[in-house]
Design a binder for this molecule. Sequence first.
Ligand code: UD1
Ligand code: MG
Length: 454
Amino acid sequence: MHKPLHIIILAAGAGTRMKSQVPKVLQTVGGRPMIIHVLGTAMQLQPAGVHVVFNPDVPEVPAACAAYDITWAPQKPQLGTGHAVQQAMPGIPDDADVLVLYGDIPLLEGDVLQTLIEAPTTGLKVLTMDVANPRGYGRIVRDGSDGVTGIVEERDATAAQKAITEVNSGVILGPRKVLVSCLDNLASDNSQSEYYLTDIFSIAYMKGIETIGVVAPVADDLEGANDRIQLAELERRYRMKKAAELMREGVQLADPQRVDVRGSVMAGSDVYIDINVILEGDVSLGDGVHIGPGCVLTNCQLAAGTRVHAYSVLEGMRTTGACEIGPFARVRPGTELMQGSKVGNFVEAKNTSLGRNSKASHLSYLGDSSIGDGVNIGAGTITCNYDGANKHRTVIEDDVFIGSDTQLVAPVTIGEGADIGAGSTITKDAPAGKLTVSRARQVTIRSWKRPEKK
Ligand code: UD1
Ligand code: MG
């Protein structure tokens, strides 16, 4: 029988090295707070309980994690990682195994934790990593037979210990009873006067408890972010991982280094994504979707065959058939574009449905509109949807032709097959099948003479 697994996530540190008003664990990687990534990984292990140690003066942290079932353990003052773990212990049953994670290691993956869980020992385990540059990490000191005799923090290490390149990832696992007995012996006689969690290894070793170090296969995934340089490095690596996932799904990326995925992307086959594209939130891309350079897509669903041309910004919209968007289009929430429709350059659409084969090719604003099939919206058409207090709808029925530079003052309906003359300001419903035009008739003043300079 497996013992119940309880996970402690440490998130009370001040994160002073970030020099930020934002608590460290809420700094984002891939558009989401680091702690949310860690919680996602923790949940994959289906633990009996998750306990987050937090600073009660920073309620933003629990607020950001409201979607998760968490036991919150306040730590004040913050006397170090060992002291932090102690704060969570009262909420954990005596027979549990305890896994300690940090809130600032967002790239951590579930399978490496599984390896640690399965490593056989009744004592303490630490997930270690071999790094080229061990600076800032606790060094793993081993005895001749591979046991971990201790973990020495950089600041407290001798020159010889500093040369060790196997370091502490921060991930530690052990039976609650063993952890508690070692934590009880912690002292703060070190360079930072803190209670170091890492000291439990030398304490356990001296007590004759087995202490093992499991080397993680991919060290990079365990790196934490203490400052903004490390944060940017994690972001870069996250980007590369997401790009690799997309390519494995069959997406062609013009350059995997120049696409940012900040959410979850579902993609069909033969999708092409050009450089400098940002995909945020939930994005789904049907077969053969083509995204031009410099586009930003947030929570979008694009049907198979849709082409988004360069520098278009799309949010909360969907296409239900192949259509053309951009270049330089802005499509805002609540917009649905149907098969064969087109939103062209410098066109903004919001909360609008554009029917089959309907086109707004240039310089228009379509807000709160229901546009039927086969409609042509001339350049410079504006739906005047806002009267200063309320928003109103514009309805344009099938096969309507709207001449260029038309203002449609909502609420207004343009009947099926109607033509609207260019330059009209339409304030009343226009009947089906007729030409409606509201501009003044053209006149030529025959007697006109240009004034001359005196
Ligand atoms: C720690 C480890 C080091 C390891 C490194 C890996 C210790 C003493 N050192 O160093 O061996 O190589 O992580 O990244 O454990 N925290 C609290 N309360 C506190 C102090 C810290 O909750 O009182 C939290 C922080 O929010 C953070 C985590 O513990 O999530 C680690 O603290 P941090 O200050 O980043 O430790 P490092 O100096 O990086
Ligand atoms: Mg750290």
